[in-house]
Structures are given as C-alpha cells and as structure tokens.
Design a protein around this ligand. Structure first.
Ligand SMILES: [Ca+2]
Length: 321
C-alpha cells in the first residue's frame, strides 16, 4: 500500500489554483497540514462561487491553519463564456453552511497567476482545482515563464468514461471554460488529468460526516456545517449517502505517489454549445496528457481522516509553559 512520502527529501514546492468550494477546502486543508508539501502560494479563481467569495474563503482557510501565504487572483470569469457558479452544490458563500466573514475586499490589484509563478525561485508543481482560465491567461501572457516554472501540472478536470456532473457528458471545471482547457491542453505542459473517472470512486461516507457533527470542537463543527450541505446536495441530486471530494485526489497523489494510476492518452475538449460543451474525450489528434484511470481510495480516506477531519492538536501540547 502506498504510504505518505517519507520526509527524507525537502518538501515539494507547490502552487494551488483553486475555487474554494467545499472539496477545494478539504484539499487545501490536507495540503497545508502535510509536511511533504511546501505550499508556496494560492491562486484564486471563480468557479464553485464568485472570485470574491473564493478569495475570502481562501483567507479563512489560511486563518484556520495559522498560515500566511502569497495570494493571487488567477481568473474572475471564463475567457469567452458567461460567468456561472454552483451555489446549489457549494452554497451561496461557497462553503455550505459554514460561517465565514463577509467578502469585502476589492480584488482589482491582486496579482495574477503569472506573477506568482515569476516569483518562484525554482520550478514548482502546479495543482489546478477549478476552471483553468488562469493558467490559460498565464500561457497567453508568458508561455516561456509557465514552461520554465511548472515542472508538473495536476488538474482536477474532465472525464473520459464516467458521465458528466454538469451536463450528461461534461465535468464542471471543463464545462465552465472549455476554451481555456483547450489552450492548456494544446500547450502540452506535463499535464496530468484527474477527472471524474477516479474522483467518483472517492466518496466520504455520510456516517463520517454525521460523526463530525457530534464533536465539541469548533473546527470540526465548522467542517461539519460545510460538509452537511454538500452531503444534502449529493443525497438529493445523486441519491448518494456521502460526498464526492474531487479536489482531494491531486493532493493525495502528491502525498502518496502511486495512489492514482495514469495512462498516457491524447485528448480533446469540445467547445461547442449544448450538452457537449466541455466534454473531454480521447482523440488520436488530441493533446498528449496523462489521465488518471484508477485510484486507491483507501489511502486517500486515511489521509483525510488523519490530517483533516481529526481534531487538530492544540498548539500548546508539548510546549514549555
Ligand atoms: Ca474546485
């Protein structure tokens, strides 16, 4: 069974582009609480909610983990399409029923993703957990910079064999901005696609969410208020007693390499309107990527249980008074 990577080597530097979002939040908490990773910065995009809400949510996640990190705004809206968000899945704030401060910051002057990349001393792993508009914009502005700084790109996006979660055929992140995904695919960065084919196999059970609700810890109650909303959505829309935590798997693969099985494939994204909008499929003339086709969900469950859902140790444990 793959274990979390041993700490013999320096933590892996990562940038995370994200639209928090409930599953994004669990993924970010896992990344920020894992010594194998050095999260160098977070780029915030629209997606599950507006960019203003997503930015506020990112700050709340950092506050809860006592971290200060460089923040960027990677994208406010799709390249050509109208902005669409997913309040029915993630709530009006993006975090279900979890309490969050008002989103009051004007984001006009927050740096874009390419500035965050330019600030990196060494190449990094880029993880994208939302629509890839920000990466497409960075590729437009400075493709050399992106190639120099991004040694590996893990993207939670798309689906090959599994039905879509937005249209019959399309996954949400791909659907939001298919033109941006097309640009990213054509760039043929070292991109690894982690889509619904594997994420649908990683379901946090309803019983685990109910147990969180019994806790007296403020943080676990906060997680519960977020996840119970997500659970209600899955129960109502998909008749599923649990939540699909899509965005966790790219982070879990970095922590326990090998929990995902990848196949080299050539894929294309459909940019037409209608049910095929954002559909990703194998095409002999498509772009070369690695696509995750199988997952060891038990390892991801253990990482989440131990590092995100467990009560955090109070900071004073072991400290000299
Ligand atoms: Ca996301």
């Amino acid at each position: 069974m793959p274990e979390a990577a041993p700490l013999a080597r320096a933590p892996r530097p990562v940038l995370i582009d994200t639209d928090p979002g409930i599953d994004d939040t669990i993924a970010l908490l896992l990344a920020l609480q894992s010594p194998e990773l050095e999260v160098r910065g977070i780029a915030v995009t629209y997606g599950n909610t507006t960019v203003e809400n997503a930015y506020r949510n990112a700050i709340e996640i950092l506050r809860r983990t006592s971290r200060r990190l460089p923040l960027a705004v990677s994208a406010r809206r799709p390249l050509r399409r109208a902005l669409a968000t997913a309040p029915e899945t993630h709530g009006e704030s993006g975090l279900g029923d979890a309490a969050v401060p008002t989103a009051g910051v004007i984001l006009d002057y927050v740096k874009p993703l390419d500035r965050l990349l330019a600030e990196q001393r060494e190449p990094v792993t880029l993880v994208t957990l939302g629509p890839v508009t920000g990466l497409a914009l960075a590729l437009r502005r400075d493709p050399e910079l992106v190639r120099e700084k991004v040694t590996r790109h893990l993207a939670m996006i798309g689906n090959i064999k599994t039905p879509g979660n937005t249209t019959k055929y399309s996954e949400f992140n791909a659907w939001c901005d298919p033109e941006a995904l097309g640009q990213v695919l054509r760039a043929e960065l070292p991109t690894e696609i982690i889509g619904l084919d594997v994420t649908r196999q990683f379901v946090l059970p309803g019983s685990t969410i109910a147990r969180l609700g019994q806790s007296t810890s403020e943080h676990q109650q906060w997680l519960h208020a977020m996840l119970r909303f997500y659970h209600a959505f899955h129960r109502e829309r998909e008749k599923l007693d649990g939540c699909v935590l899509n965005d966790v798997l790219p982070i879990a693969e970095l922590l326990a390499p090998g929990i995902l099985t990848f196949e080299p494939l050539r894929i294309k994204v459909e940019v037409e309107d209608g049910e095929n909008r954002g559909r990703t499929r194998i095409d002999p003339e498509g772009s070369k990527v690695r696509v995750a086709t199988a997952v060891r969900a038990d390892v991801a469950h253990r990482l989440i249980a131990e590092r995100v859902l467990a009560e955090p140790r109070p900071a004073w444990v072991g400290a000299t008074p």
